[in-house]
Design a protein around this ligand. Structure first.
Ligand code: NA7
Length: 536
């Protein structure tokens, strides 16, 4: 009997990254029992798994930290403007310690299935340890980029050297000194890895399928003055972040590139480049919606690449083609000396659209025209984003309907929080919410607080089942698509579109309306008595 009681909770939370940790803290504060199930041996999610060299956050550290507790914010001091992965992991551990979270987290346990029991209105959650827990609420805090893509190259197993994956990097680190290294992938993970490995390797060969836009981080230590300013203006800065589409202080205005004189534009682009980071790509709103405005931004970035990379042919290869994807329709990377790396004699770039990888060999990689010999090959090939992890769990809703079946043509959600037919199941930063287009920490906080408030609302009214209505879901999906169609985003074969995973439906996954509009929509739903949710 006692054992059974131990297995029944108010909520099961899947994942102990920032979302899962804050959700646990919040529910506990309401006097609810919750258990977090986490596959890793520790907390931290993304920052637990992605330990590759050079891994760091691309939103400024102070903004990429919890705002829910000003005391936590005051006592934690980041060392760098863009914190490196080990420090982000220390922060995650600090949060776990500070709020004594670990006692309610089961580590090294993976959730394999979750079934809704219509008779009891609760979820049965099974794990790879062979046990099944039951809970009123099942909350997916599974992260947006947490399932790596399959390695789709022939002959990988033949390679006699060592294969590394950015998302499963050895904890002890790797020293590439004297080695011949190949790397596949030039997204954010690849770019960050390349800049560090280039300093060690005897030879580094970068296999690029699609070049990315990258802006300089101008990373460096955070000064005492910075902290004095932040401490004095903290409330203003946090409030300002919430007014921005990306939920970070990017200084995004309503200005249009097409209505601004070229010389004024140039000054503004240059000013932003000198500040650095993702915001460098967002001086004008029409860059995201108008081809001509978009090209202006692309041209500015292209000129920066040409200025930095000495070999014109390499510079051209590193420059994205807006006919392939418009500027910033793939997430802009933030780097420390990326383009400069290609001025080293020891670094070379292979355009695998022109010279495709045919297969891996015992010695390395064979492309259509060349054989490369390597001691190590690094995969930085990305993730089955936003739906990959949720879809790997056998989730069944009303009538035993599998979520994967419901989502066969792409995810359908209400507000990115719930799915019709799957009562009491919540997603934190799920598909259909701003999530990956924003400062994740802010979006996580907003979702956790929405879910907690919703559960409190239900408890106060002695309600125990909440479910998005099919109409509300239909309306939200249509709205998500409409807003995306007004932008250039759908033109790119990006992971936002599911286009990086063969066979995945081509649907724009996040909500591009921006954080403030989204928050307004959520607040409006609450003000209208949780419109679009059926409660019983
Ligand atoms: P990304 O951004 O998806 O980058 C993956 C990279 O790997 C990208 O350059 C891909 O080229 C390349 N790739 C993927 N599959 C292949 C194959 N089969 N052959 C050659 N090249 C391939 O993932 P990241 O981990 O770098 O970053 C994800 C997010 O994390 C990032 O946006 C930040 O938000 C943090 P492609 O562009 O598909 O042609």
């Amino acid at each position: 009997m006692a054992r059974q009681d131990e297995q029944a909770f108010d909520a099961i939370i899947v994942g102990a990254g920032f979302a899962g940790m804050y959700m646990l803290h919040k529910l506990r504060g309401m006097g609810l029992s919750a258990r977090v199930i986490e596959a890793g041996t520790g907390v931290g999610g993304t920052w637990y798994w992605n330990r590759y060299p050079g891994a760091r956050v691309d939103i400024e550290s102070m903004e990429y930290s919890f705002s829910f507790d000003p005391a936590l914010e005051r006592e934690w001091r980041w060392s760098e403007r863009y914190a490196p992965q080990p420090e982000l992991l220390r922060y995650a551990n600090h949060v776990a310690d500070r709020y004594d979270l670990r006692r309610d987290i089961s580590f090294e346990t993976r959730v394999t299935a979750a079934r809704f029991d219509e008779a009891t209105g609760s979820w049965a959650v099974s794990t790879d340890k062979g046990n099944t827990l039951s809970a009123r609420y099942c909350i997916m805090a599974t992260g947006s980029l947490s399932t790596p893509k399959d390695l789709d190259f022939e002959g990988v197993e033949d390679f006699k050297g060592t294969i590394y994956k950015t998302y499963e990097w050895p904890r002890e680190g790797v020293d590439f000194t004297g080695q011949r290294v190949g790397i596949i992938g030039t997204g954010s993970s690849g770019i960050q890895t390349i800049t560090v490995v280039a300093e060690q390797a005897a030879q580094l060969t970068v296999f690029q399928r699609t070049p990315n836009y990258s802006s300089p981080a101008w990373n460096g230590p955070i000064t005492q003055d910075y902290y004095a300013d932040w401490d004095a203006n903290r409330d203003t800065y946090r409030a300002e972040a919430r007014t921005q589409p990306v939920a970070a202080r990017f200084g995004i205005t309503e200005d249009l590139a097409l209505e601004t004189a070229p010389e004024v534009r140039q000054i503004e682009f240059e000013r932003r480049w000198q500040i650095g980071g993702i915001q460098a790509g967002y001086p004008y709103v029409d860059i995201g919606t108008d081809r001509t405005a978009n090209q202006i931004a692309a041209d500015f970035f292209a000129a920066k690449i040409r200025e930095t990379v000495k070999d014109p042919e390499t510079a051209a290869m590193l420059t994205p083609d807006t006919a392939v994807y418009p500027f910033a329709t793939k997430r802009i990377c933030v780097d420390t000396g990326y383009y400069d790396v290609f001025n080293r004699d020891t670094v070379s770039l292979v355009d695998i659209r022109k010279d495709p990888i045919e297969r891996f060999t015992p010695d390395g990689i064979k492309t259509a025209t060349r054989d490369f010999a390597f001691d190590a090959i690094i995969f930085a090939t990305g993730f089955d984003a936003m739906t990959g992890t949720i879809s790997k769990i056998d989730i069944r809703g009303r009538g035993g309907l599998p979520l994967t079946e419901k989502w066969a043509h792409g995810p359908r959600t209400y507000l990115g929080l719930q799915v019709a037919g799957f009562p009491n199941l919540f997603m934190i930063t799920g598909p259909g919410s701003p999530s990956v287009l924003t400062n994740m920490i802010m979006s996580i906080e907003q979702h956790v607080e929405f879910i907690a408030d919703t559960i409190a609302h239900m408890r106060n009214r002695q309600l125990s089942v909440i479910e998005a209505t099919p109409d509300a879901e239909e309306g939200w999906v249509a709205h998500v698509n409409e807003v995306a169609a007004e932008t250039l985003y759908p033109l790119a074969n990006s992971w936002y579109m599911g286009a990086n995973v063969p066979g995945k439906p081509r649907v724009f996954l996040p909500y591009v309306g921006g954080f403030p509009l989204y928050v307004e929509a959520c607040n409006d739903v609450v003000a209208r008595g949780y419109a679009g949710f059926a409660m019983a």
